[in-house]
Design a protein around this ligand. Structure first.
Ligand code: GTP
Ligand code: NA
Ligand code: MG
Length: 447
């Protein structure tokens, strides 16, 4: 019914796959941005979120199907890293989404993190669409910018078409070896049993219309129940944002947030709800739009008092007037416990909480963490590790850096920003995190 359609939320789509298959570039192509080239070493190191309004999707798909029924308000797309050391972030991303795009490089076929991603998606019963990317790399390919892929393939020489078919069959065979049926999307007669493949190029934009339309149509057809409103929100990152104090970046998976809402477990009131402009990444600094209220799904920056106590990876709970406050608090505490249970407070060392785990891929400064010191004193030589499946030992503290202002603040017992460099460069490969940005003020408390 019409009423049902109006209340559909935006589906959340996670982009997964092996490193350098073109996940970020595909999103750049849809957004008309260049996030990928700004990444350290061209490697994605954090989860990103971008909202694509339905008007943009309509524009991109009109040549393919002008009268397509698009009932969702848009798509929230989550970019994930493909590098092998970021399993945690892939798992977090895949846990958030309703539907996924599994990106495969047509020139390489299935690779280790393709298979890892595939298994994460299968474990959660998440439907996905395969983007068979980099078709423009086929020898002799003549690019037809932004064309639906069938039109584009028809324009290619017989040799190119044969080479495409050969590589496609190889990929289908590799999926078969993983126990999955796949087929070119426009030949797929049974989307419930066979996964669809959409050939794409993130450089020429070919196949992007097909990918967007299939994503929206498939979500609408299969997920009406999932896409109807409930309230759910997950914290991605806690950080100081210039001009806004400590903020939290969250993904509102379902439901609605309002300015002034009371949120738990931090027990604070939402001062402002900020989002990047549509088609922009939440990760990228820029100006923000203010909202009185926001409907799911969205990537949001929240400002308010006391947010430095939020923990990345936990849920955020909104206390409504008719809610039992104690019950909401109980839910929030359960979440917090499951995260803090990772932390071993026995033995020697300090107990710290990172705003998010950060590292840079840089041989000189292997590990840099922004931390809140919760107990103990940080010294050169203090052993440090981060909670993962096991504890990644990042060695001992090699240096602690802060600026002069921080010294004054620390003397007065105020919070300061610290950067910590570890001594164990090999371990950076096993850590997850993101590029450390010098403008990011990290809040710490020295006890
Ligand atoms: P990670 O996030 O690090 O896992 O990589 P990614 O999957 O996001 O890949 P990324 O977007 O960083 O692209 C990797 C490289 O492949 C870049 O140099 C891109 O310019 C290039 N690339 C991506 N897509 C295409 C494509 O469709 N065609 C061609 N020719 N190059 C592409
Ligand atoms: Na990359
Ligand atoms: Mg990327």
């Amino acid at each position: 019914s019409n009423k049902g359609e109006e209340t559909l939320r935006a589906p959340i789509c996670c982009v997964m796959g092996h490193v350098d298959t073109g996940k970020t570039k595909l999103l750049d192509c849809i957004r008309g941005t260049n996030v990928q080239e700004g990444e350290a070493g061209g490697i994605t190191q954090q989860i990103g979120a971008t909202y694509f309004p339905v008007e943009n999707i309509r524009e991109r798909t009109k040549e393919l199907k002008a009268d397509a029924k698009l009932n969702v308000p848009g798509l929230l797309v989550i970019d994930t890293p493909g590098h092998e050391s970021f399993t945690n972030l892939r798992s977090h991303g895949s846990g958030l989404c309703d539907i996924a795009i599994l990106v495969v490089n047509i020139m390489h076929g299935l690779e280790p993190q393709t298979i890892e991603s595939l298994n994460l998606l299968r474990m959660r019963n998440t439907v996905f669409i395969v983007a068979l990317n980099k078709i423009d790399r086929l020898y002799g390919w003549k690019a037809q910018p932004n064309k639906p892929v069938r039109k584009s393939l028809n324009q290619q020489s017989k040799d190119v078409q044969n080479e495409f078919d050969r590589r496609l069959i190889e990929v289908i065979t590799q999926f078969k070896e993983q126990g999955l049926n796949t087929e070119l999307y426009y030949k797929n007669k049974n989307m419930r049993e066979t996964f669809s493949i959409v050939p794409t190029s993130a450089i020429s934009g070919e196949g992007i219309p097909d990918l967007l339309l299939l994503l929206v149509q498939w979500s609408q057809k299969t997920m009406v129940e999932k896409l109807t409103f409930r309230n759910e929100c997950t914290v991605l990152e806690v950080k100081v944002t210039k001009g806004h104090g400590t903020t939290i970046d969250v993904v509102l998976v379902n439901g609605m947030l309002h300015e002034g809402d009371q949120i738990d477990p931090i027990v604070t009131t939402i001062r402002a709800l900020l989002t990047p402009h549509p088609m922009k990444e939440l990760r990228v600094k820029g100006t923000y739009l203010h909202h009185k209220e926001i409907k799911a799904a969205q990537g949001i920056k929240i400002t308010g008092k006391g947010l430095e106590h939020a923990i990345a990876g936990t849920g955020l709970y909104v206390v409504r007037r008719d809610d039992d406050l104690e019950e909401v608090k109980e839910c929030a505490m359960q979440d917090m416990k499951s995260v803090t249970s990772w932390i071993d407070k026995s033995g020697e060392g300090v107990y710290v909480q990172a705003s998010c785990l950060e590292c840079i891929f840089n041989k000189k400064d292997p590990i840099i963490l922004g931390v809140d010191v919760l107990e103990g004193i940080l010294k050169i030589g203090t052993p440090i590790c981060v909670p993962q499946k096991d504890f990644a030992d990042i060695g001992r503290i090699a240096s602690i850096r802060f600026n002069e202002k921080a010294v004054d603040h620390a003397k007065k017992g105020q919070k300061v920003a610290l950067k910590i460099v570890g001594t164990n460069p090999e371990e950076q490969q096993r850590m997850y995190g993101r590029h450390f940005d010098n403008d990011d003020q990290l809040v710490s408390h020295i006890t």
